[in-house]
Ligand binder design. Structure first.
Ligand code: MG
Length: 378
């Protein structure tokens, strides 16, 4: 470029800069807040299950979940905790965690949400369901303040959500048949095993749904590797496409031994809670089941997604018994994953909220700001 042409481009550049100044691309970034502190509220709601829920370690008809509301500058974000006794959590321990976090939240600048996510994780080890409720409420507040659904905020395409499975809990043959018939709108079934009737569970579901893909979840139910491998070989022969957590979380050597001898994928669930658990699992499992309640919220779940992908692990996003609040949160990340298991809100009969939309076997986030959740009507 000749010197004269170069000076000419400088003139153009200066003109572009003047125009940009007059018509700024981001005229009003909505990231200003007042000095008012963030207010924290919480309440316990009892979710009623459509069927008694039985897995290898426990059984129940209702679930008491804790809902957290964070309010500032006229915007309220909502989050949910589904405490799980497997991880030493109860509604009471969740509320204790929320009370511990309250002084930090009250002086929080919510736009520093990523920074805060690390502080929240560090309050104490565990109690991730309570941390999840706070993180979801904070991210809902951010999305609502920006008038953006979170999947758009994170640059994700909700149309790429995979089919979700529907879970059939351990039960008598008659009830299993009924549940399988009720699961007709779902294109994939997940069967809970690890009880005393594993083969019967699978053959009963198959008698009603002969062609549907089937996954099984043993919830750490098989304690002996020889028994576990015989079960898995039988399941593989009967068309089961993957097995979740066949053995107790700490039995990694035994699980690796099994994985070396079978062809269907083995997915970690109880063995993985947060990102720091993932590296040691990369040679033991084929994939991990990320749950917001184990992770401590959406921000840690996203960190887990990227780490697992970098290690070549498949990703399932699962759930506990949860209302539409937490399931709508998980649905924000669906386009990043290989297997969805998001049926928690569909297992309850009195969902206090609406949001996530079940359509053609998939769970889609609502096209509304934040988590896209509203109070249920009627
Ligand atoms: Mg599981």
């Amino acid at each position: 470029m000749k010197r004269r042409e170069f000076i000419g481009t400088l003139g153009v550049t200066a003109a572009v800069a003047r125009i940009a100044q007059a018509f700024p691309l981001f005229p009003q970034l909505k990231t200003k807040t007042t000095d008012a502190g963030m207010k924290v509220h919480y309440e316990i709601k009892t979710l009623k299950l459509k069927h008694t829920w039985t897995i290898s370690r426990n059984s129940g008809d209702v679930k008491n979940n804790v809902f957290v509301y964070l309010e500032k500058d006229g915007v309220t974000g909502i989050g949910e905790a589904a405490p799980n006794t497997r991880y030493d959590e109860t509604p009471e321990s969740t509320i204790t965690l929320i009370k511990k976090a309250t002084p930090l939240i009250e002086k929080l600048n919510p736009w520093e949400f990523a920074q805060f996510s690390l502080e929240l994780q560090a309050i104490e080890s565990g109690q991730t369901a309570g941390k999840c409720a706070i993180d979801l409420a904070l991210m809902d507040w951010i999305g609502k303040s920006l008038n953006l659904p979170l999947y758009k905020f994170w640059g994700l395409d909700p149309n790429k959500a995979p089919l979700t499975s529907f879970t059939i809990g351990i039960d008598t043959a008659e009830i299993v048949k009924q549940k399988t018939r009720e699961a007709e709108p779902f294109k994939i079934l997940k069967i809970k095993v690890g009880g005393s009737n594993d083969e019967e569970m699978v053959t009963t579901v198959r008698s009603v749904a002969p062609d549907k893909p089937i996954r099984v979840d043993a919830n750490e139910g098989w304690k002996d590797k020889e028994i576990a491998i015989r079960k898995i070989e039988w399941l593989a022969k009967n068309g089961v496409e993957l097995v979740e957590q066949p053995m107790p979380a700490e039995m990694l050597e035994e699980t690796r031994w099994i994985r070396d001898r079978i062809d269907i994928p083995i997915i970690a669930d109880e063995a993985v809670k947060t990102a720091s658990d993932i590296p040691k699992l990369a040679e033991v499992f084929d994939g991990i089941n990320i749950k917001l309640m184990k992770a401590g919220g959406l921000q840690e779940a996203l960190r887990m997604v990227w780490l697992a992908k970098s290690l070549g692990l498949k990703i399932m996003i699962g759930c506990m018994i949860e209302s539409s609040v937490a399931i709508s949160a998980a649905a924000q990340l669906c386009s990043l994953i290989d297997y969805a298991d998001l049926d928690g809100n569909l297992l309850i009969s009195n969902d206090p909220f609406s949001g996530v939309i079940f359509k053609d076997g998939r769970q889609f986030p609502a096209d509304r700001p934040g988590l896209g959740v509203r109070k249920a009507t009627g």
